[in-house]
Design a binder for this molecule. Structure first.
Ligand code: ACO
Length: 279
């Protein structure tokens, strides 16, 4: 899983962010990443995701909460469909480069996709809480980006759609696991293989949205959630997210052991801080 670097890699410049169709605003413990390409319904390219990965690697250590949203009244129309044409988008590597004539090998393509997936994987880092604020459509890669976040706050006009199978593709941007974890295999099969749109109310009922609010209330609801998330102890929040992330893969006994280990570390840290007069 992607981790923050030790400050050796520079964060993306404004020019690089703009070429990736992203905006980034970091204020103290909160980073806001906005997908910004209104004339193409915030469609994204490979560069969007490699730059997202770089944002993750170079975030200041102070950042605890990352909010991802889309410019205007849409989260994202997913991948720029031009990425499937041989010429790609704005000179960027096409998703199908070298596949028709066999000049790209399978391993090369898988490496390329692995680089794109890094843009989504870091959002699970236990030291961060990630929030997707979704207005309008979140299609394909847009839906998978929202699924990569810990918390999804949806406007009542939100529509989630796993369009990939309708285009002859599979969802490959790390969205299938959270989807199945949340809704179960059967509902995930139904949602993906029909490529239908899941509205906000249904998303809430399925557990795909933690909160649904009126569209004009979305910014306020996100601010409230961010404030609540920042009110807890950071180290405890990090340890708790790590515990929760391993719960599904653990037996009850393994999870109880993990809880004991994590709590002993917390109690030790708290006791030492009290002894130093910091409590
Ligand atoms: N890639 C490239 N251009 C796009 C995309 C996209 N994914 N989505 C929208 N656009 C462009 C349109 O071509 C159009 O361009 P134009 O003004 O030059 O004609 C412009 O954005 C506006 O799009 P409209 O379709 O007119 O907007 P509308 O609000 O009616 O519909 C919607 C929005 C529902 C998002 C629709 O555009 C759509 O279905 N887009 C395609 C979604 C898609 O298939 N994404 C890929 C999923 S698979 C994956 O992400 C891996």
């Amino acid at each position: 899983m992607a981790q923050a670097t030790n400050g050796t890699e520079p964060p993306p410049t404004e020019e690089e962010l703009s070429a990736a169709r992203l905006r980034l605003a970091v204020e103290g413990p909160v980073a806001r990443v906005t997908i910004s390409r209104p004339d193409r319904r915030n469609a994204m390219t490979g560069r969007t995701w490699t730059t997202l990965a770089r944002i993750g690697r170079t975030l200041p250590d102070d950042v605890r909460v990352v909010v991802i949203d889309g410019d205007g009244d849409i989260f994202s129309a997913g991948i720029d469909l031009g990425m499937f044409s041989p010429e790609g988008v704005d000179g960027e590597r096409s998703m199908v480069a070298g596949l028709a004539d066999g000049t790209s090998g399978e391993a090369e393509v898988e490496d390329y996709i692995a680089g794109l997936q890094e843009g989504f994987l870091w959002l699970r880092r236990p030291d961060l809480v990630t929030v997707a604020a979704v207005r309008g459509h979140a299609i394909g890669a847009g839906f998978q980006l929202a699924l990569s976040c810990d918390i999804r706050i949806l406007a009542d006009d939100a529509q989630l759609c796993m369009k990939e199978p309708a285009l002859g593709l599979v969802p490959d941007l790390t969205g299938t696991k959270p989807l199945v974890d949340i809704v179960g295999v059967n509902r995930a099969v139904e949602i993906c293989l029909t490529a239908r749109r899941v509205g906000a109310e249904e998303a809430r009922d399925l557990g795909l949205a933690e909160l649904v609010v009126a569209a004009d209330e979305l910014p306020g609801a996100v601010d409230d959630a961010v404030a609540a998330l920042l009110a807890t102890n950071r180290e405890a929040a990090t340890a708790t997210k790590a515990l929760l992330q391993q719960a599904a893969g653990n037996t009850l006994g393994q999870q109880a052991e993990a809880e004991r280990r994590a709590q002993t570390a917390r109690l030790t840290a708290l006791a030492r801080s009290t002894a130093r007069g910091e409590g």
